[in-house]
Ligand binder design. Structure first.
Ligand code: ATP
Length: 650
């Protein structure tokens, strides 16, 4: 079936709910807010404007003060301007020779020119201060977000919907500048409206009511349109994430080879059509509703303005107001309409951006629950890690029925090299991440030199631990910095970096690169290079060796290494024996033979413990796995000691 046919097929059932469009918990809350009444919008406004002022104040006090003063000043000048204009008209419409009328109007004319110039300079100063505020507010908010996302415990990333929550918070952080700007423009618009209202009331109170009638419908329409747009945004967060994912899968280098070798083009384009079908439909429905709402609002607004002018004419004919006052009133109506248009537009903006801003502040509050507890007063770090005791430790991931690590107890002492072995998913990495203080156990305790982790200064304790994880990250930095990440203070210490690289069999490979240690390891940059999987693994192993930590955890450090590199790496690991603690996780059991102790995990439980010889003699799970693996290296086929895993074909 062609792509177009796929598209047609899916567009005919656009309303069907695709499996990936699952509604998440936070969307329910967002929808409730998005469905708030107009009354709720207005009642929310003062709080949002206040929040904007607080953010702005924190970012730059001087510029915030300038904006506040010029906003009020410009409003006052508007009122004076109108009153001066009325004075000019009164003098010009009075009886007598024209020259006398002009001379009489001259003081008011000079006053009008002065307040107009003053108002213009205040508006210019306000604009200048606002432009300077934008980058400061951006920085203030974004930095706080990054401070939070880099501080939360790893568990946060396991929690359902945390990624969505964070995506929306990122959007919210960029909304803050808009919120601040809109709040200031709103206050400026309100000052303008207030000035006109005061001037109009002086002329005739009834005109104030007419003014409101002329502007409220447009205001309602623009508020409603903003409200609809937000609802659509809220409902589309999961879909947008999916689109982003598809974009990456179809347009990026990493997925390009598999996409072609497995012929995934049609499949992915079909996925795209499905998601976009739903998206397009929703956007079209939104456009229809927004257009209807704004058109109706504009029509009612137009009728209301006509009513205002008719009313003015009637008052004039009736002799209720003089001609000069009526003329001033026309100017006032137009000025008020301009200011009120600003007010309603900015109200809409504040409401819309305010929702995103609340996503940001809400995320910051929720994410704070994942911050590590503050260090105990006077908490310190041990001089050297002498002993690690894992006592009945368990960890269950959110949304998982069973514990990944279930009641594990063990003791590791200084100088020991221990190994965690077991089948895939048996809990080895989870146990190691708890010992590395990256995750907190949901039960039991881990003690370092006899004290629970919570009683130590965790940052200082972590500095004594080096971890090479299975899911290492290829940082877009130079080869030298990629290794220095293991102890970022060593960036300028080339000798240490090179020693660590040599231990991880990475030195020669790095010097062969076009710029040696200064080669940028990311092809997206000019002159950047990419490495093979095994070469990256050597770099990450070097990262682990750099700190010469009291505790080194190596989780599958050799899965991509060639036999020679693997042998050299394990030799370097063995060199630590008797000095520091090393925890080794590997499926290549030949490499754990030298370990002082081997812990065998199965379904999260510790099922066997001992040295290689003890475990082989016991003839249990370890012996089975080892014998099976060893059989693969024999030249003559051996009978498998393990029952084979059932296959799909039986
Ligand atoms: N972030 C996570 N969220 C939910 N479940 C997880 C998470 N990480 C691991 N698990 C689950 O916990 C169990 C133990 O995983 P773990 O990675 O500790 O196993 P492992 O023994 O290291 O496996 P492998 O040999 O494949 O590396 C598995 O069932 C896995 O699916």
């Amino acid at each position: 079936m062609s792509t177009t046919e796929h598209g047609t097929r899916t567009s005919s059932r656009q309303d069907s709910v695709l499996p990936e469009l699952r509604e998440l918990w936070w969307e329910t809350g967002v929808r409730a807010r998005a469905e708030a009444s107009l009354f709720a919008v207005f009642s929310e406004l003062p709080r949002l404007v206040w929040a904007a002022i607080v953010v702005s104040w924190r970012a730059d006090r001087l510029r915030t003060s300038v904006v506040a003063v010029t906003t009020v000043g410009a409003g006052v000048m508007s009122a004076f301007g109108l009153l001066a204009a009325q004075r000019v008209l009164v003098e010009l419409f009075a009886g007598g020779p024209t020259a006398d009328k002009v001379i009489a109007a001259l003081p008011a004319l000079i006053a009008l020119a002065a307040v107009t110039a003053l108002r213009a300079s205040m508006t210019a100063a306000m604009g200048y201060a606002q432009n300077g505020l934008t980058p400061k507010v951006d920085r203030e908010v974004e930095r706080r977000l990054f401070e939070m996302t880099t501080a939360v415990r790893l568990e946060a990333f396991d929690a359902d919907a945390f990624a969505d929550d964070m995506e929306r918070a990122t959007r919210g952080s960029t909304s803050t500048t808009d919120l601040v700007q809109a709040s200031m423009n709103l206050l400026a618009g309100l000052a303008g409206v207030l000035a006109v209202a005061i001037a109009v009331v002086v002329i005739h109170p009834l005109l104030l009511l007419a003014l409101l009638v002329a502007t409220v419908p447009n205001g309602w329409a623009s508020l409603r349109a903003g409200h609809l747009r937000y609802r659509t945004y809220a409902a589309g967060s999961v879909r947008r994430r999916r689109m982003w994912l598809l974009h990456r899968l179809m347009a990026e280098r990493d997925s390009a080879p598999e996409l072609r070798s497995y012929g995934l083009r049609g499949f992915l384009l079909d996925q795209y059509d499905r998601v976009m079908g739903v998206e397009t439909d929703i956007q079209l429905a939104l456009a229809r509703r927004v257009t209807t709402t704004t058109t109706v609002g504009a029509m009612i607004g137009g009728i209301a303005t006509a009513v205002v002018y008719v009313l003015l004419g009637l008052l004039l004919i009736d002799g209720q107001i003089p001609l000069a006052a009526a003329a001033t009133c026309v100017i006032a109506v137009q000025s008020a309409q301009r200011s009120l248009a600003v007010v309603t537009f900015q109200t809409d903006r504040i409401y819309t951006e305010g929702q995103h801003f609340r996503d940001y502040t809400g995320f910051m509050t929720r994410a704070a629950d994942y911050l590590p507890p503050p260090a105990a007063p006077a908490a310190d770090a041990p001089d050297q890690l002498r002993e690690i005791v894992v006592d009945d430790v368990r960890l269950r991931y959110p949304d998982r029925e069973t514990a990944a690590v279930d009641g594990v107890s063990l003791r590791i002492q200084a100088g020991q090299t221990v190994a965690f072995v077991g089948e895939n998913g048996s809990g080895k990495s989870t146990l190691a991440t708890m010992i590395a203080l990256l995750r907190t156990p949901t039960g039991g305790t881990i003690r370092f030199n006899g004290r629970p982790a919570a009683d130590w200064d965790n940052d200082a304790l972590r500095a004594r631990i080096a971890v090479v994880t299975q899911e290492y990250h290829n940082w877009p930095f130079t080869a030298a910095t990629n290794i220095a990440i293991g102890d970022i203070t060593t960036v300028p210490e080339r000798a240490r970096i090179e020693t660590a690289a040599a231990r991880a069999v990475a030195h020669d490979m790095i010097t062969d690169l076009p710029y040696g240690y200064e080669t940028l390891l990311d092809r997206t940059f000019a002159g950047g290079q990419d490495l093979s999987g095994g070469q990256w693994q050597r770099i990450t192993a070097a990262r682990g060796f750099l700190r010469d930590a009291d505790l080194l955890i190596m989780d599958e450090p050799s899965s991509a290494l060639d036999p020679r590199a693997e042998d050299a790496l394990f030799q370097a690991i063995r060199d630590r024996q008797g000095r520091g603690i090393t925890i080794l996780i590997t499926h290549r059991l030949a490499n754990v033979r030298h370990a002082d102790r081997i812990y065998v995990l199965h379904h999260g439980r510790l099922v066997e413990t001992g040295t290689h010889d003890q475990l082989m003699a016991a003839g249990g799970r370890y012996a089975d796995l080892f014998t099976l693996q060893a059989a693969g290296y024999r030249t003559t086929p051996a009978t498998s000691p393990l029952p084979r895993q059932p296959t799909a074909s039986g």
